[in-house]
Design a protein around this ligand. Structure first.
Ligand code: FES
Ligand code: FES
Length: 159
């Protein structure tokens, strides 16, 4: 089937079998491999993307569901050489080790700010990250990074 979507702000068309998952469309058909597959049980969150602004696990959504929608992946966050404030916070606070979970964590962070605002509490961040697994960091630096990224997004919004 033919799928038309807005992908990272640009119109995009793709042809894929009707059972194709959104994560497969992104990785295998559109070569956007920043969206990772870390499990086959919908538990890890490495495949998080924004679908019409809401965080979804792209392994749980059919590509067909993105037809006519807007999808943002990790590749769409930076503006040229300038990292998105949430990405910059992950770098500054060492919110990653191997980096496998990081795209999903950054997207999760955006969803947290969207739902709870830039002054979101650490407790809420920890609670909200239940759907994201990291095998490396012990999570502390990820929480630090999302907290800092949230505050930075608030400052950007008020600038
Ligand atoms: Fe989607 Fe793990 S690959 S939740
Ligand atoms: Fe390695 Fe999270 S940094 S899985």
């Amino acid at each position: 089937m033919k799928i038309s979507l807005t992908l990272n702000g640009q119109p995009q068309e793709a042809e894929a079998p009707s059972a194709t998952l959104l994560v497969e469309l992104l990785r295998d058909h559109l070569s956007l491999t920043g969206t990772h597959i870390g499990c086959d049980t919908s538990q890890c969150g490495a495949c998080n993307v924004l679908l019409d602004g809401a965080v979804v696990k792209a392994c749980t959504v059919l590509a067909a569901q993105a037809d006519g929608a807007s999808v943002t992946t990790i590749e769409g966050l930076a503006e040229g050489e300038t990292l998105h404030p949430m990405q910059a916070a992950f770098r500054e606070h060492h919110g990653l080790q191997c980096g496998f979970c990081t795209p999903g964590m950054v997207i999760a962070g955006l969803g947290i700010v969207d739902r709870h605002g830039p002054e979101v509490s650490r407790e809420t961040i920890v609670h909200e990250l239940e759907g994201n697994l990291c095998r490396c960091t012990g999570y502390l630096n990820i929480v630090d990074a999302i907290e800092a990224g949230a505050r930075a997004m608030g400052e950007t919004a008020h600038a």
